[in-house]
Design a protein around this ligand. Structure first.
Ligand code: GDP
Ligand code: MG
Length: 597
């Protein structure tokens, strides 16, 4: 146990976490040149392409120092705010963290939010100034920033480059010297923390855990405390590049477990594994059921693909327990599903996986957050709304609450004005302003989560010329004056386009949605009136004009059977387009609210 070190790497996105992890694996001989692929830990195709780590993984390295053998467990953490609960559990499985800061970018919002998570879990922090090879690196200044942030000595900051491999040995030495060995009682009842799970179509779910007390043995009868279910540990082992089967995994170590569990839902990140016959008295603190934050409808482009879509979503849920869905029907779109996601990135990932892995073509409707509504009749009973169309009629409505977040933004002082205006436009209230250095400011706002869903991030990048970074955490529900804005195309309401908006902005946003839809709807052979309404009242109107006569004429000229064949072919190519009444609506139109000019 005294020669084990468990650590994670935390960093703002793109500061070089994956690259540095690869260098550590190479230096310790955990991967050979033949196995070397850039950013090895990002195993899912999608992750590799997007350059982000979606699911956390763990890998064990052997390292000899002063003639002694050490086991170093690197626990990788996802780098996006959508997955912050998983990050917190991975951090809880460690005794130390490498805090990577880009020598050109300095400290950013996720550097700080991840650091706080690490400090809350009492981790030893090893600061690393990365990318020192960059011509734009600013080592002295950024070291000062790190020293200010951590209250450490400048000598504690290790200079490194994931690109050239510079500093990697110093990092390994620091891991051994500065990070404490795990504590724990090998003779106590088993107590292990689940920090991740991975779906394998042959073996079922593989559970990743860290043992805090006792040991977990092959063949042992074990229990998951939060779900209160028992299993047999069919196989246990440690994680190298390949899994290494073991008879047992002992106190302080990190490993995997196979029990024949088939669905990800049974394995909850943050849950405690114990011995069924001799259970631990305490579960490991910090367990939470992760809740979806963003909801949207997912509909098949072809109505007859509904069952296939259900099958695909069920399959996806097997390996992504954070995806939730229930059937819903829309007057405009027919049968589909209302899905809950951890955030906008998670939503995009699910849509992409449906298309790539299951060959489904789907329409995703305007995302929304989850609201609490109270009726006059039952002012104390919460009505949970995951879909704007479920909002009770205003005459019956007592009040509505929406989720708020604490947003933390770090920006250059030059852009404070612009960032503030944006946040105020987004209904934010400033709660704090701290100068981290003379040039960098941290601004804290209370803000509705719904405003983050609606193009906040892109706008922030624009107003700050790319210099602002952003992170947030939920702070509960607050009452808001919300109204439902409905959209009518050719006189017919399209429920899938409805959105809940704050009463003060509803008119101006309604108008902008209508203008955007006019841009996005393809012209057809007739005029298409586009209207926004609150209740029975029309608040904005535009018209997509009919195609000119001669264009239509051309369509019908020439070889008709060839034209028809072409049309059939286009249909097969399955455009992301839905026919509602006689109006064709492309996927972009469903997202119009998010992309207002
Ligand atoms: P992550 O998002 O923190 O995992 O960052 P990555 O490891 O994916 O790196 C982000 C980008 O920075 C990639 O284009 C890397 O090639 C580049 N990068 C990473 N480390 C270094 C470094 O030490 N020097 C330079 N010049 N580039 C680096
Ligand atoms: Mg990465």
């Amino acid at each position: 146990m005294k020669n084990i070190r468990n650590f994670c790497i935390i960093a703002h996105i793109d500061h070089g976490k994956s690259t540095l992890a690869d260098r550590l694996l190479e230096f310790t001989g955990t991967i050979t040149d033949r196995e070397k692929k850039d950013q090895l830990l990002d195993s899912m195709d999608l992750e590799r392409e997007r350059g982000i780590t979606i699911k956390s993984h763990a890998i064990q390295m052997d390292y000899t120092h002063n003639g002694e053998q050490y086991i170093l467990n690197l626990i990788d953490t996802p780098g996006h705010v959508d997955f912050s609960y998983e990050v917190s559990r991975s951090i809880a499985a460690c005794e130390g963290a490498l805090l990577i800061v880009d020598a050109a970018q300095s400290i950013q919002a996720q550097t700080i939010s991840n650091l706080y998570l690490a400090l809350e879990n009492d981790l030893e922090i090893i600061p690393i100034l990365n990318k020192v090879d960059l011509p734009s690196a600013n080592p002295e200044e950024v070291t000062d920033d790190i020293v200010d942030l951590l209250g450490c000595a400048p000598e504690d900051v290790i200079h490194a480059s994931g690109k050239t491999g510079f500093g990697v040995e110093n990092i390994l030495e620091a891991i051994i010297a500065r990070i404490p060995a795990p504590k724990g009682d090998p003779d106590a009842p088993l107590q292990a923390l689940i920090f991740d799970s991975v779906y394998n179509s042959y073996r079922g779910i593989e559970t990743y855990f860290r043992v805090f007390n006792g040991e977990i043995k092959k063949g042992q009868r074990i229990k998951f405390i939060a779900t209160n279910k028992e299993y047999i540990a069919d196989e246990v082992g440690t994680l190298k590049l390949e899994q290494v089967v073991k008879k047992s995994v002992k106190t302080g170590d990190v490993g995997y477990l196979v029990t024949g569990i088939k669905t990800a839902k049974e394995v909850k990140v943050g849950d405690t594994i114990t011995d069924a016959a001799n259970p631990t008295k305490e579960s490991i603190v910090g367990f939470e059921n992760v809740k979806p934050m963003v909801f949207a409808g997912i509909y098949p482009v072809d109505t007859e693909d509904y069952e296939e879509l259900r099958y695909s979503m069920e399959k996806l849920q097997l390996n992504d327990a954070s995806l939730v869905f229930v059937p819903e029907s829309s007057a405009a779109l027919g049968f589909g599903f209302r899905c809950g996601f951890l955030g906008m990135l998670h939503m995009e990932i699910i849509q992409e996986r449906l298309e790539r892995e299951f060959n489904m073509t789907v329409i995703t409707t305007v995302p929304n957050v989850s609201y609490h509504a109270y009726t006059k009749k039952n002012p104390n009973e919460i009505l949970l709304l995951n879909n704007p169309t479920d909002l009770p009629d205003p005459s019956r409505l007592d009040r509505v609450e929406e989720p708020f977040i604490k947003a933390s933004i770090i920006t250059k002082s030059d852009f404070v004005g612009q960032v503030m205006s944006l946040c105020i436009e987004k209904r934010g209230e400033i709660t704090n302003q701290t100068y981290l250095t003379t040039e960098r400011v941290e601004l804290t706002f209370d803000m509705p989560l719904a405003e983050i869903v609606f193009d906040f991030y892109d706008r922030l990048k624009t107003v700050s010329k790319g210099y602002a970074s952003f992170d947030y955490s939920p702070i509960g529900m607050r009452e808001s004056k919300l109204v439902r804005v409905d959209l009518l195309l050719n006189g017919t309401p399209v429920d899938a386009l409805s959105a809940l908006l704050h009463a003060d902005n509803a008119y101006s946003i309604g108008k902008r949605i209508v203008e955007k839809l006019k841009e996005l709807l393809p012209r057809q052979q007739f005029d298409i009136p586009i209207q926004a309404a609150i209740g029975a009242k029309i608040i904005a109107r535009e018209t997509t004009k009919a195609l000119r006569k001669d264009v239509t004429a051309k369509c019908y000229g020439g070889d008709i059977s060839r034209k028809r064949k072409l049309l059939e072919k286009q249909k097969k190519g399955k455009k992301r387009m839905r026919q509602v009444g006689n109006v064709e609506i492309p996927q972009e139109a469903f997202m119009a609210v998010l992309k207002l000019n």
